[in-house]
Ligand binder design. Sequence first.
Ligand SMILES: Cc1cc2nc3c(=O)[nH]c(=O)nc-3n(C[C@H](O)[C@H](O)[C@H](O)COP(=O)(O)O)c2cc1C
Length: 240
Amino acid sequence: MTNPNQEPTEPKDAEAPALSMKSSILKGVLGLGIFAVITAGLIALTQQMTAKTIKEQVALARSKALYEIIPANEHNNALLNEAFLINAQALGLNKSDHAYIAKLDGRPVSLILPVIAPDGYSGPIKLIVGLDTQGNIKGVRVVEHRETPGLGDKIELQKSDWINGFNGLSLDNTPAEQWKVKKDGGQFDQLTGATITPRAIVNAILKSLQFYKTHQKALLALAPESLFSPFQSDTKSEQL
Ligand SMILES: Cc1cc2nc3c(=O)[nH]c(=O)nc-3n(C[C@H](O)[C@H](O)[C@H](O)COP(=O)(O)O)c2cc1C
């Protein structure tokens, strides 16, 4: 017989689906959490590996460019090992970067300055500008940029000869007012459909020539005293 006062109890079987739903939600949340942690880890790892590769590529491009600008027969010092750090706003730098001095029998013959054009179409453009001791351009190379393929990237020597147009120029043979693209009244070709990129580079090179003219003595005198292997700490950086 059943007791009429007895509380009706849930049948035991009804608890089972509720429990299994809870546990499947828990499993889902746990699974998602693990997935998120693994994904975040993979992204961080990829970023780290990519950053290292980019850094190595930039260093490689730079050392190749250094020897293009100052060929081996024009100096007899170990160019890559004789760098000094420089940090100058006039060169567009916001942290120390390496400058290189080429010497022939101990005498400085050329200098390679790191320069940043801050106002490229897609951001800063990193350059190296090689000068002889008289302030004549020996060569310019773009070592890092994000300009548009097919438009602004013709600043790369692999894509066009445009960057060689600066060779041999100086403030003596090309006055400051000529350092503009033709569209702005100067003497330098703009690139087809891309004026912003060359405008930024022409301006940055002009600034580097003016910088050299102002600091020539200090640069040539300072370099031998602050020689050290490249890619070390910034402790010997010079704020000019
Ligand atoms: C998708 C896209 C990418 C562009 N990339 C560049 C570039 O890399 N460098 C550049 O100078 N102009 C680039 N331009 C063109 C510039 O917007 C601008 O029209 C051009 O530089 C001419 O400038 P100007 O009108 O001052 O002469 C790009 C335009 C578009 C739509």
